[in-house]
Design a protein. Structure first.
Length: 271
């Protein structure tokens, strides 16, 4: 990763980053003037703007209610923003028809705090679901009907997250950490350009959470996958990101290279 030249300050304004790498200057996600409210006098986002560059790992941090999860979801139109524009890869998606949007988002793997696995089917079948955007019907739903090539690819994804030996186990028989790794394998099944993770380790114990963040880090390094994740854990935000964006009361108050920041720099943006 290219080193960003920044100066951290305590002012309520984001820090500007300058980049030198041509590859990393390519924007995978660009958000401009994003606004979102939930009902009268319940403004959540107040015109925020940020970008995520190719092969970057970016952490969105902030206290509960700061707007970080809303920002992430609005940026992918999982929640519809009230105003602003969003470019994902090479497309402006703000007013894009849903059928076209689904095709564009097929290059994004989603991992959430709730693992969203189908509990009564196998880990392997759950991983196959990551390919539903490209292969529909029963072939993309169950290992029993999937082609040999698809099953082998799903097994490879499980092997990558260290769970090939759990492929036939039902999802509701897995531990929390194992379930989240299956969710990551499902995202890998999409062969994504970018992974978006909303509080991916918040429901896990510290050891399992550390293992999951290590896995994300390895994937970004080995496969060049762009990563955008939200976190309450400032230590993990610093350790596993290239940049940290802090949101407070619906406004971005810090955008800086992780290697220029300390825990105290991030802690002051909570509350």
């Amino acid at each position: 990763m290219a080193q960003a030249q920044v100066q951290v300050s305590g002012v309520e304004a984001p820090v500007t980053i300058s980049r030198t790498s041509a590859a990393e200057s390519v924007r995978e996600l660009s958000v401009s003037g994003l606004v979102k409210s939930f009902g009268k006098d319940k403004g959540i986002l107040h015109g925020i703007s940020f970008s995520v560059h190719r092969r970057e790992s970016v952490a969105l941090i902030g206290s509960n209610g700061a707007g970080k999860s809303t920002a992430l979801r609005c940026a992918l139109r999982l929640i519809e923003p009230d105003d602003g524009s969003v470019h994902l890869f090479d497309d402006e998606i703000t007013s894009m028809q849903l059928s076209r949007l689904r095709k564009v988002r097929a290059d994004v793997g989603f991992v959430f705090q709730k693992h969203n696995l189908v509990p009564r089917i196998s880990a392997l079948s759950n991983v196959l679901h990551g390919n539903l955007g490209r292969v529909g019907g029963m072939r993309g739903w169950s290992q029993l009907f999937a082609s040999t090539a698809l099953r082998e690819r799903a097994m490879s994804c499980l092997d990558r997250v260290g769970l090939a030996d759990q492929a036939m186990k039902r999802a509701d028989q897995l531990s929390g950490g194992q379930s989240q790794r299956v969710a990551i394998a499902r995202a890998l099944m999409q062969e994504p350009r970018m992974i978006v993770a909303d509080e991916p380790v918040a429901s896990l114990d510290p050891i399992a959470g550390q293992e999951v963040m290590e896995l994300f880090h390895q994937l970004t390094q080995e496969k060049g996958i762009t990563l955008l994740f939200t976190s309450h854990n400032v230590e993990q935000a610093l350790a596993y990101s290239d940049r940290v964006i802090a949101i407070r009361r619906g406004t971005i108050v810090l955008d800086a290279a992780s290697n220029t920041l300390s825990l105290s720099d991030l802690s002051k943006h909570y509350g």
